[in-house]
Design a protein around this ligand. Structure first.
Ligand code: TLP
Length: 339
């Protein structure tokens, strides 16, 4: 039987509609700015996120790296939550590529609050490094797909503005956050300097992320993309899938969220497992006194693929290629293997 792949929402295969759009895409050399499909995707995402312009990049990691590079100077500090993706899963890119240092704070739900921002404000002195940028992550991956609400987003961005800090939103899954809140994604990026979003997570595209910002900053971002080797040629082939995803995939994300709740309910019934009911498509379960890699291996043996994020943390992510029936079967396997 085909395994039920809950390791990530990055494992989806392109839909028939995506493949058709890719085959028929009008393309040109995007390093010369001549790919009309890329242009259309960039304009569409800029509008959806509420910015003047956007830039198509190969990955979320590169999108975050470009934004941080554009918004900081070497020697600056960047205020981030300790478990954020830019800290845990991007190979210290901000230090390697931008020469900046993360200033990490803890937030139980992964989301920075105004008090974290105010705590980073200090009198300037020539011998001290300063925080100049705040990175928010919405939804927050490692905290369990948690959502920062609209009022809280406004408050924390407002506090950053007051402090004179710039703001980048890692919105790899901003569409999931917007769906959970029933608001447009642009509301969750309003007031930020840059936002990154991914097409290759919940939206199911094979490749692609975008950085959105002002026109001026996107021109700088274009240079940094080239510097990092991310200038792509007939990238309209990929952008075409993105345009389909924006139409087809966003309206169905609520289904993934319902599936995640069902999996969390199954996990919650198992002994020695702590799980917070998910609001989006990520379920993070803490196993008390049991090894997450061992539990993941036992589930895999029964055809349910999950990821052990560390010794005690198991992550399950729902996506378009996980059906109602898959979800029912996965819950059953969890009941027997973990329960
Ligand atoms: N996240 C991946 C892994 O790297 C953990 C996943 O399976 O969830 N920001 C956030 C919040 C992300 O979750 C990810 C990918 C990225 C950035 C990076 O995107 P890619 O993988 O396209 O470089």
């Amino acid at each position: 039987m085909k395994p039920i792949d809950l390791r990530s929402d990055t494992v989806t295969r392109p839909t028939a509609r995506m493949r058709q759009a890719m085959a028929e895409a009008e393309v040109g050399d995007d390093v010369f700015g001549e790919d009309p499909t890329v242009g259309r995707l960039e304009a569409r995402v800029a509008e959806l996120l509420g910015f003047e312009a956007a830039l198509f990049v190969p990955s979320g990691t590169m999108g975050n790296a470009i934004a941080i590079r554009v918004l900081t100077e070497r020697g600056d500090e960047v205020l981030v939550e300790r478990r954020s993706h830019v800290v845990r899963y991007e190979l210290s890119a901000m230090s390697v590529l931008s020469g900046v240092m993360p200033r990490m704070v803890d937030a139980p739900d992964g989301h920075l609050r105004p008090e974290h921002v105010r705590g980073a404000v200090a009198p300037r002195a020539y011998y001290k490094s300063d925080v100049t940028l705040v990175v928010l992550e919405n939804t927050h991956n490692l905290a369990g797909g948690t959502v920062l609400g609209l009022a809280e987003t406004r408050e924390v961005i407002g506090a950053a503005r007051e402090a004179g800090f710039r703001v980048h939103v890692d919105g790899a899954r901003i569409w999931n956050a917007a769906t959970a809140l029933g608001i447009p994604a642009s509301a969750l990026a309003a007031g930020a300097d840059t936002a990154m979003t991914c097409l290759s997570k919940g939206l199911g595209c094979p490749v692609g992320s975008l950085v959105a910002s002002s026109r001026e900053r996107i021109e700088k971002a274009r240079r940094v993309r080239k510097l990092l080797g991310g200038g792509m040629r007939q990238a309209g082939i990929l952008a075409a899938a993105g345009l389909v995803a924006l139409d087809d995939a966003i309206p169905r994300l609520a289904e993934d969220h319902a599936h995640a709740r069902r999996l969390a309910e199954a996990l919650a019934q198992a002994r020695d497992v702590r799980v917070t009911p998910p609001r989006t498509n990520i379920v993070v379960a803490t196993l008390d006194g049991r090894s997450a890699p061992e539990v993941a291996a036992a589930l895999a043996a029964e055809g349910v693929l999950t990821i052990a994020m560390d010794a005690r943390t198991l992550r399950l992510v729902t996506h378009r290629d996980v059906s109602d029936e898959d979800c029912r079967r996965a819950a059953e396997v969890i009941g027997t293997v973990v329960g």
